[in-house]
Design a protein around this ligand. Sequence first.
Ligand code: SF4
Length: 252
Amino acid sequence: MHQESNVPSERLSADFTLTGGDFRLTFRATVPGGPSRMSDLLPLVRSLSDTVIGETCRTLEASGRRVSCASGCGACCRNLVEISQVEARRIADVVAALPEPRRATVESRFAHAKERLEQAGLLERLRVRDEWTPQEYAAQVDSYFALNAPCPFLEEESCSIYEERPITCREYLVTSHPALCANLDSAGVERVQLPLQLFNAMARWQAPQKGPFLEQWVPLVLALEWAALHPDEPPSKTGLELLRELLSQVST
Ligand code: SF4
């Protein structure tokens, strides 16, 4: 699957190949050779996700279809956005690093969104999502979207943390008319099926299965409170060990 070589400055490179159906992605990854956390690999994982998406978009265009998502359409940013635990801590760090008064503004949006969830009777169940059944999952997704609560990072219908946006947000793409994404029943929405799902891998990595779901995730809207309660990342390993573990979880 890979070939290793030493490079200066205590980093290691290795070649990898991922396949999903007819899709094949070969890449060279350079990662820290010493003790590392998955958060150190997050830029690489995002880059892999962007590569898969880019290749998929090119294939779509060659067949006469194209992704219709564009800046200024934030309909999907009212969904229950699922992010990995690694990304939840990253989101908390991103917010903590914002200059004032912007940080206070974003934090107040998170607080306001939680108030709305509480008033709607959704907040407590969101906090125990690993207790959900598949039926409750479907109901919670619908109830959340019906609330029409924008993501705390959505500004003028565009993402204000575009470079830092979670992998879920990157992987949610449609080819149908953007207006259809605002419909509660999702009728007519055509999601792009990606050949490899990096969010799923991140959500499965070092997250023992609880209940019927393979993925353990955090609702984006609860990222700040979850990260405050779970500040410690899993023990460090070498970058290549982490990357191998993650890639073994990539689903098609
Ligand atoms: S992080 Fe950005 S792209 Fe993702 S839901 Fe929020 S505003 Fe939308």
